[in-house]
Write a protein that binds this ligand. Sequence first.
Ligand code: AMP
Length: 568
Amino acid sequence: MLIEKINAWAELCPERIAHRHREQTLTYAQLKTSSDSMAAWLYDEGERGEIRRGTPIVVYGHKESEMLICFIGCVKAGFPYIPVDSATPPERVRQIIEVSGAWLVLSPQRVPQDLVQTGTMIVDSLVMDQEGNLRCPGADNLSELSFPSTELQVPERNLRTVPACNQEPSPIASPERNSRTVPSCIQEDEVYYIIYTSGSTGVPKGVQITLRALESFLNWVNPAFQPEASNEVFLNQAPFSFDLSVMDLYMSLSTGGTLWSVDKDQIANPKELFASFYSSEISYWVSTPSFAEVCLMDPSFRDTLLPRVKRFLFCGEILTHDCAAKLIQRFPGAKVENLYGPTEATVAVTTLTITPEILSAFNPLPVGEVKPDALVLICDTEELTAGIVAGGGSLPFRPEVLPEGKQGEMIIAGPNVSVGYLNNPEQTEKAFFSWQESGVTWLAYRTGDAGTVKQGLLFYQGRLDFQVKLHGYRIELGEIEENLRQLQVVENAVVLPIERRGKIEYLQAFITTSKPVEDEFTAVLALREGLRQHLPEYMIPRRFKFLDKMPMTPNGKADRRALLGAQS
Ligand code: AMP
């Protein structure tokens, strides 16, 4: 099992670096001792509060080693974790805490005051010392604040809840030292992590991934991409709140690798980033294609800067022909892999090594072949919907696939498919279904992606709905529209992706208002500010256009085609 593998690296090579972020390092030995002590404390605290096993815990931060300790500690204690990046607006974090029913927020950072109104317990400002003990700095008596390796004690000042109705924070008593019970790790069919993605109804959706699904992913990628045991360095570009990071984090931890994280400030400062690449020893590059494209703009981004890179693993958005060709030319010793998959199917389900032969045969590039224990079926959307509705969420048999070359909706089935959205039966019912085959239940997810099969290879052909990818971020346009409609004066809102040369460049919002807008500049500032309370920066439209009237199609929907014509 995954956790046993990670623990085994602590025995085999305790001093090997499991995680590096700037000056901070975490060894496998430190990861084991501190996650064990955290698990023991969590387990006791859960028992004391009569918290049901499987109730999630939010881990809030940005790339700190302490986040890894929290992830593994939660799992060892039987609680799934929800990674939440600290760049997320507080209001959205609060929403995630509320809709998930999380009982605890753990963080290496000071958690913003805005969050501390949910009534959820918070343990923040966690830092790891040289010995691998977690501490909470800033207390009067330092000895009280350390979390010894066998027993984790949280000082009262770092443990607080705030009741919803403006009362003072009430401290929670520290656990009794003798109350420690042996924690029990997440089992195969239990949820291991929950990742929140954009939701078209205005509320993010929590994708639940079991240990079985995660192991099904790792049992495919590790043999396929062959990282050498305890010898690789994996780039971690995506925040832990995006499922792309699951690939680098767990490929690395399961094979005794070093996870090498870059944070958002480093990414925003290419000079510093490139200087750090030089000494990074990265051998597995895991990122969105967008990030590689930005790096490729600098001619020094080549094998002399990163001489150890063996593989580029891309997922999450279209890998363009141009980007792959440049990488193959600048890194002749490395392989470029195009993986495809959504969060709901645990990171990825298909891959293809992009060779010069593939480059000359295909543009756009295929996304490859499906992992052995899963299926990707190209189905007729309407027929499928009718079948699922008639069957009340399940089909009597495997759905029929369209002939080769025909475009349809990509359906993913297999042990890697999520068990649904947390506390959201309505959206779960829309996106997931199942069927029986030879006594086996196949769980299936409707991706909403259009695709086709040609020459035995799968091709991604865009979306069938209003979900887009912008710079690698998954965005439901409906979520932005819903949040706009909540703002004062907005009557109706439609958000469209504006493309240039086949790629989405930015988002534009089209707005009608309940009263005339006198000063558009001020109105736009107000709309942006209003959205920022709820949505991350990458979801804020770059342009806004005020309309007297929303153009409508004959069947009463906003006419998106007409709006594109009105774009400026
Ligand atoms: P996420 O859940 O953030 O990983 O986003 C999943 C969506 O990203 C998929 O449903 C696709 O629309 C898109 N996607 C993922 N991988 C690829 C790929 N290799 N090529 C094109 N689109 C992709």
